[in-house]
Design a protein around this ligand. Structure first.
Ligand SMILES: [Zn+2]
Length: 441
């Protein structure tokens, strides 16, 4: 956006703040009306109750007192908003009034609590008028339906310093926002205009009402389906589904070489730090490389989270179980290897967070279990096992082994699968190695 358009936004925020100062002053000058209790009839039960006068009624009252209309040309002389702020758009005025109503009421109620307490200290301060403006419908239109996302724009009513005008602003938004906009059940609250030092943004709060059973209730359901996830570096997620003690479904989500790919990038990042700082011609700068790495991580996290939630979708009422993520500080190896471990850990965190969020959006609750022992013990008998790799038909035991072997019951399987099954055991606390409150060892 150009500097002129930027200046308009600043002017708009300024005049909205001024409007807010006006109404905050107005409401605080009429505390009795603001805190008036009236009789209301409950629509559900028909009962008559006493309650605070509604915000809508106060809004109408405040407008009547302060705004000049044809039918009512003379508002209170000391509080004539129309005179002080000519042409102030109605929608913005309402947004400002509602904002101040909340602030003023909040202040008055803490003030009266403080007065009743008889304390000297801790007198509540008068609220400030500054706020990020809420953009109600009618003050903006967002053109998101264009095919090219980069060409989408926001049409916003702004104050130029002299008058109110509609101005176009180019916008970018991420596609997850767009997805939710299209999905059913998501509600959008009025966005806020957040004006930073260098950028301006519209913040939309997207909400959805969810009904989900409590975990404790679910645990008593004998048919409960649990979906357990073991997060790893190359097998990003091993998802196992269990019902009535049996594993009924397993999914491996591979990283499709992301870890290797990222490692190569990080090697170049590390290498460049030896150089004089100037980027080699035709090569990406370190900043670009980092951005690329972050972007890839984020996309992979979203994809993996989606794969997890797709499984949950097939079992309505299931519980999604994760291990609590351990904070592992990468040690040893080259600098690029350590950097890569760190990125892999962050990716795990992102998958965990996004999967929970996406699961919650479809009404699936998630729990975290103690990660203790899930990779060391046998998911079949609970014995302590070993990791190994198979070389020419021989078991070569070692920490980095992809396979798991239990010397007690001779069970052999993929180590990450074993861990994923153990996450279910952890959830139901079925094995001796599960931490209990009174563990005698
Ligand atoms: Zn075993």
């Amino acid at each position: 956006m150009n500097s002129r358009k930027r200046a308009y936004l600043e002017e708009t925020v300024k005049i909205l703040d001024a409007g807010r100062r006006f109404y905050l002053g107005f409401f605080l000058a009429h505390p009795k009306i603001l805190m008036e209790r009236v009789e209301v009839i409950s629509q559900k039960t028909g009962e008559v109750k006493e309650a605070l006068i509604s915000a809508d009624k106060l809004l109408t009252w405040a407008e009547f007192q302060t705004v000049a209309t044809d039918a009512h040309p003379d508002p209170q002389p000391a509080w004539n908003f129309s005179q002080r702020f000519p042409d102030f758009p109605n929608r913005y005025r309402r947004s400002v009034i509602k904002d101040c109503l909340g602030k003023a009421r909040g202040y008055l109620s803490t003030l009266s609590t403080w007065q009743r307490s008889g304390k000297r200290k801790g007198k509540p301060g008068i609220p400030t008028a500054a706020n990020h403006p809420t953009l109600y419908a009618g003050t903006f239109t967002l053109e998101l339906e264009t095919l090219d996302l980069r060409k989408s724009f926001l049409r916003l009513k702004v104050y130029t310093g002299e008058q109110w005008e509609w101005v176009h602003y180019p916008t970018r938004y991420n596609r997850y926002f767009e997805q939710r906009r299209a999905e059913e059940g998501w509600e959008q609250e009025s966005p806020k205009l957040i004006l930073g030092k260098h950028v301006a943004a519209m913040h939309f709060v997207q909400t959805k009402t969810i009904t989900a059973k409590k975990i404790v209730e679910s645990k008593h359901d004998p048919d409960l389906v649990t979906v357990a996830v073991d997060l790893n570096v190359k097998q990003l997620a091993v998802i196992t589904v269990r019902q009535q003690g049996k594993i009924i479904e397993t999914h491996f989500v591979s990283d499709h070489g992301l870890d290797q790919h990222r490692y190569r990038h990080l090697k170049r990042v590390a290498k460049k730090q030896w150089k004089t700082g100037k980027a080699v011609k035709g090569e990406r700068s370190n900043q670009d490389l980092w951005r690329h790495i972050r972007c890839q991580n984020r996309d992979t996290a979203h994809q993996t989270a989606r794969a997890i939630v797709e499984v949950c979708k097939q079992y309505p009422g299931c519980v999604l179980v994760f291990e609590r993520l351990r904070v592992i500080k990468p040690k040893g190896g080259s600098k690029s290897r350590r950097l890569n471990r760190k990125q892999a850990n962050q990716l795990k965190g992102q998958i965990n967070h996004l999967a929970k969020e996406k699961a919650y959006a479809i009404g699936v609750v998630s729990v975290e279990v103690n990660p203790h022992g899930t990779s060391q013990y046998c998911a079949r008998c609970g014995g302590r096992g070993v990791r190994f790799t198979s070389r020419a038909g021989q078991r070569v035991t070692g920490k980095g082994g992809k396979l798991f072997f239990c010397p007690v019951c001779h069970y052999e399987c993929h180590a990450d699968f074993n861990a994923s099954v153990n996450v279910h055991h952890s959830f139901f606390r079925e094995f001796h190695w599960q931490p209990r409150l009174h563990n005698s060892g």
